[in-house]
Design a protein around this ligand. Structure first.
Ligand SMILES: Cc1cc2nc3c(=O)[nH]c(=O)nc-3n(C[C@H](O)[C@H](O)[C@H](O)COP(=O)(O)OP(=O)(O)OC[C@H]3O[C@@H](n4cnc5c(N)ncnc54)[C@H](O)[C@@H]3O)c2cc1C
Length: 345
């Protein structure tokens, strides 16, 4: 299928806190942004790794959780109407004859802009996959690495694989709605929180779910739809477990991914930038947030916010040298206030 080329001012790769704040800073200058993330929702590490943990070092927010911070950044960016392309990885980058950059994603979305902002943090989060030989036969239809809607699993037979917090939490949460939940873990100790493990074992004791210590040794089903898993327990017993969905929760790993091939100067998986502009060695490509490096870099959300502000101004001057930049303060500049939709206040 050929996809239409979308033209915009700025393509932001990564919707972590820093990518989201870059929408705001670019928006103040009148720039329209398209964002790409391989996760299915914005928020980066804050949402994926610690949504409910309080953060204590965001200026003027004595405490804010990862989830609250991302919700507020989305609200702050909303006057500028950013477009999100989620669940797809920015894969290919090509320079066009007019000097603009064209990004193609793994879902075939094609976007062109004079400015690319690499805000990819440590890279793409990808789930660690179990080493089961037949896994690829079932991955499309009946293996899920994340729970997006619990309702999908109502009255289904689920096998959850893993012993960390996600595996334990989902086994407990899905047990009341699934037809049956079986947790398979390779040893009789859990990595997840002690209290959660106790809660899980109590439910198993009451017969509300099953826990098997051992490994999945075979998978069977038709046309990608699982029907049964073979589990070999630590005692050597071989059990057949009926299964509609397998949910492996074995943790996430982070990979810089395709960006490593984009001809940017890298220093131990970080993109080198000029700290006065956040330009990379490629004209029109900027890097901000955890992924960028320069002398004195501190990897914090607050430094990423500052980097977004400097980047937006320097990228504006590079891409639109003939346009007048709205300078000054949000408190006093009427052009900026109009863009924010607060003109008459
Ligand atoms: C447990 C924990 C606690 C923390 N606590 C604090 C704290 O208290 N204070 C603080 O300041 N910082 C804290 N941090 C660090 C903070 O989360 C990071 O500094 C911040 O998330 C960096 O933001 P970012 O936008 O640069 O990148 P990220 O949040 O990493 O977001 C990058 C996004 O880019 C996406 N991506 C990557 N490659 C691609 C690609 N090729 N295509 C599409 N999308 C891509 C990723 O999926 C991800 O969503 C903590 C981190 C952790 C893990």
């Amino acid at each position: 299928m050929t996809h239409k080329v979308i033209a915009t001012d700025m393509i932001i790769i990564g919707t972590g806190p820093v990518g989201l704040f870059a929408v705001f800073e670019a928006g103040l200058l009148g720039l329209k942004c398209h964002l790409i993330d391989n996760l299915d929702r914005p928020g980066g590490q804050c949402i994926e790794l610690y949504p409910e943990k309080p953060i204590y070092d965001i200026p003027s927010r004595p405490t804010v959780t990862g989830e609250e911070l991302v919700a507020d950044l989305m609200t702050q960016a909303s006057p500028f109407d950013p477009t999100f392309h989620l669940s797809q990885q920015a894969e290919a980058l090509e320079r066009q004859p007019n000097g603009h950059w064209r990004v193609t994603t793994t879902l075939g979305t094609v976007i062109e802009a004079p400015i690319i902002v690499v805000a990819v943090g440590a890279g793409s989060f990808v789930p660690k996959k179990p080493p089961f030989k037949k896994l690829p036969d079932f991955e499309e239809k009946s293996v899920d690495y994340a729970v997006h809607k619990m309702e999908k699993y109502r009255d289904k037979r689920l096998v959850i694989v893993g012993g960390g917090d996600s595996a334990l939490d989902w086994a407990i949460n899905l047990a009341p709605i699934a037809a049956r939940v079986t947790l398979v873990h390779r040893r009789a100790e859990f990595r997840g929180a002690h209290d959660t493990a106790q809660q899980l074992l109590a439910l198993a004791g009451k017969g509300d779910l099953d826990v098997l210590y051992g490994n999945v040794t075979d998978m069977s089903g038709d046309n990608g739809q699982l029907s049964q898993l073979e589990v070999t327990t630590l005692d050597g017993d071989v059990k057949q477990v009926d299964c509609d969905y397998m949910l492996p929760f074995m943790g996430l790993k982070v990979k810089l991914g395709p960006i490593a091939q984009w001809g940017l100067n890298l220093d131990r998986k970080h993109v080198q930038v000029k700290p006065e502009t956040f330009e990379t060695t490629q004209e029109g490509i900027y890097a901000i947030g955890d992924v960028c490096t320069y002398p004195g870099k501190i990897k914090l959300i607050l430094t990423g916010f500052y980097e977004a502000a400097v980047m937006a101004r320097s990228a504006f001057k590079y891409a639109f040298p003939d346009r007048k930049m709205a300078g000054g303060y949000t408190t006093t500049n009427s052009v900026i206030q109009e863009r924010l939709g607060v003109g008459d206040k």
